[in-house]
Ligand binder design. Structure first.
Ligand code: LLP
Length: 434
C-alpha cells in the first residue's frame, strides 16, 4: 500500500482503507465496481443521516424545518432517506415536484424556489397543496395570483429577497449579490410585500433568502440575516405578518481541506443573533443540499490508459465530464484516491475522461500510484454530480448504489444505451433533394 496517499487521505468517519482497499461504511468498493461496472456512484445512507443529525442537533427547542434542496441529488432512494427522516423538500421544477411526490413527501412540506416557474408548474403545485412558493419577481407574483384565482384558491407565498451580501464563493454559485438574476432587490421588498398582500389569490406566509452555495463561513449568513430581520420589522410594521423566515441553502463541505463550520455551530451563531433581536421563537426554514449528501458519496472509475506526454502525464479514466461536471464547469476540486493502493510507482497525472473536450478533466496534477485496470474513487461526489450528469457524447448515465444498514442496494440501473435515442425519429426515407 502506498502510505503517502493513504495518510494524505482525509478519511471521514464513513470512508476508510481496510485490508480489502477503500471501503464505504466497511463495504469494500473494488468488488462493487467489478460487479456493477464503472463509472459507479456509491452512497452511504448513514453518512446522509449523520449530516442531517448535525443540523437537527443545533436547533433543539426551536421551531425549524429542514427542506432538503433536492437539486443536489434527486435520486429517489436519496429522497426517500430524507422523507423518512422527516424533512421537507426545496424544489425548483415541476419535475422535482413529481420526484418528491413519488417518494411520498408531504406536499405541505414542499417549498418551490426558482426564477422561472411556469403556469403549468404553478397549477400542479397548487393542486397538490405545496407549503410555499418562494417568489422571485413582481411579474411572477402577478402570474401566480392569476393562476390561483382561476383555480379558486390562494397561493401561500414568501418573497425571495436578494440581500446583496457577498457569500465569498465561486461566482457561478453566488446568488445573493445585486448583479444576480435571483430574488427581489432589498430596496423593493417592502413595496412588493404590500402589493402581494393586496392580491386576492395570494397568502403571505414568510420571507426567504439564499446567498449562494459552498459557503464556508458564518459571517455571510449573519450579514444576510441582519438585513432580513430589518425587513421583517418593516414588513410587520406595515401590518403584514410573516410566519416563517427561510435562510436558503446550507453550508459548504470539505472538498480540499475546506473548513466550513459545523451545522450546530452555525445555528448557535444564528440563534444568538436572533435571540438578541427578539426573533428566536419564529419558525425558521433552511434548504441544505450539498452538506447533506456531498460527502456521503463517491464515484468509482476505472483507469483505461496511462499516457505520458512531454509536459504532462494523463490518467485516462472511464468517468467523464458528463458524469462529474463540476471540475469542467467550476474548476471544482474533488479528491481522487486509489481504491486499492499500490506500493510503488507514484507519478503526477491529470485525470481526464474520454469526452472529446479539453475541459473534460476530473483532477489536475494528482499524485497517483496506478496502472490501467485499477479503480479510482472521486470523493465528495454525492452532491451536484449525478443530478447534473448528461448524455453528452452519447454516454449513458452511471449506475448508483446505496449502502444501508450493511447491505448494498442498486438504487439506479446503468442507463441502457438504447434508451438514449428511443424518443428520436428519423426523417421519412426517400426525401428527394429536388
Ligand atoms: N436553495 C436554493 C434556492 C438554491 O438555489 C440552492 C442551491 C440551495 C437551496 C441548496 O444550496 P446548498 O445547500 O447545496 O449549498 N451546481 C453547483 C451548486 C449550485 C447551487 C444552486 N443552488 C455546484 O456543483 O457547486
Amino acid at each position: 500500500m502506498n502510505s503517502t496517499s493513504i495518510s494524505a487521505l482525509p478519511l471521514n468517519s464513513h470512508l476508510s482503507y481496510t485490508a480489502d482497499g477503500l471501503a464505504l461504511d466497511g463495504v469494500a468498493l473494488a468488488p462493487l465496481a467489478q460487479q456493477h461496472q464503472t463509472p459507479l456512484f456509491v452512497y452511504s445512507k448513514s453518512a446522509m443521516q449523520d449530516a442531517l443529525t448535525a443540523y437537527q442537533a443545533g436547533f433543539e427547542g426551536r421551531q425549524v424545518s429542514i427542506c432538503y434542496a433536492m437539486k443536489a441529488n434527486s435520486s429517489l432512494a436519496v429522497l426517500q432517506v430524507f422523507a423518512q427522516a422527516g424533512c421537507g423538500f426545496d424544489i425548483v421544477s415541476g419535475g422535482e415536484l413529481e420526484r418528491a411526490l413519488a417518494v411520498g413527501a408531504a406536499p405541505n412540506r414542499i417549498i418551490f424556489s426558482g426564477v422561472g416557474k411556469t403556469r403549468a408548474e404553478m397549477r400542479r403545485a397548487l393542486q397538490v397543496g405545496i407549503g410555499c412558493f418562494n417568489v422571485e419577481s413582481v411579474a411572477e407574483l402577478n402570474v401566480l395570483n392569476e393562476v390561483a384565482l382561476a383555480m379558486g384558491t390562494q397561493a401561500p407565498i414568501s418573497l425571495r429577497v436578494n440581500p446583496n451580501v457577498d457569500a465569498k464563493t465561486h461566482p457561478y454559485i453566488s446568488t445573493g449579490l445585486k448583479g444576480n438574476k435571483f430574488g427581489i432587490a432589498h430596496e423593493e421588498v417592502l413595496q412588493t410585500y404590500q402589493r402581494a398582500a393586496q392580491l386576492p389569490g395570494l397568502r403571505v406566509v414568510g420571507i426567504d433568502c439564499h446567498i449562494g452555495s459552498q459557503i464556508t463561513e458564518v459571517e455571510p449568513y449573519l450579514d444576510a440575516m441582519d438585513r432580513i430581520l430589518d425587513l421583517v420589522l418593516a414588513i410587520e410594521t406595515a401590518g403584514i405578518a410573516l410566519a416563517h423566515i427561510d435562510f436558503g441553502g446550507g453550508l459548504g463541505i470539505d472538498y480540499q481541506g475546506d473548513t466550513p463550520p459545523r451545522a450546530n455551530e452555525l445555528w448557535q451563531s444564528l440563534f444568538a443573533r436572533l435571540d438578541a433581536r427578539g426573533f428566536g421563537q419564529r419558525h425558521f426554514m433552511i434548504e441544505p443540499g450539498r452538506s447533506l449528501v456531498g460527502n456521503a458519496g463517491v464515484c468509482l472509475t476505472e483507469v483505461l490508459y496511462l499516457k505520458d506526454g512531454e509536459h504532462k502525464n494523463f490518467c485516462i479514466v472511464d468517468a467523464a465530464m458528463n458524469d462529474l461536471p463540476r471540475p469542467a464547469m467550476y474548476e471544482a476540486y474533488h479528491r481522487i484516491v486509489e481504491v486499492q493502493p499500490r506500493a510503488r510507482g507514484a507519478a503526477m497525472y491529470d485525470v481526464v475522461g474520454p469526452v472529446c473536450e479539453s475541459g473534460d478533466w476530473l483532477g489536475r496534477d494528482r499524485s497517483l500510484t496506478v496502472q490501467s485496470g485499477d479503480y479510482l474513487a472521486v470523493l465528495s461526489a454525492g452532491a451536484y454530480c449525478m443530478s447534473m450528469s448528461s448524455n453528452y457524447n452519447t454516454r449513458s448515465r452511471a449506475a448508483e448504489l446505496m449502502i444501508a444498514e450493511g447491505q448494498t442496494h442498486l438504487i439506479r440501473q446503468r442507463e441502457p444505451l438504447s434508451d438514449l435515442w428511443q424518443r428520436e425519429h428519423l426523417l421519412p426515407s426517400a426525401t428527394s433533394a429536388a
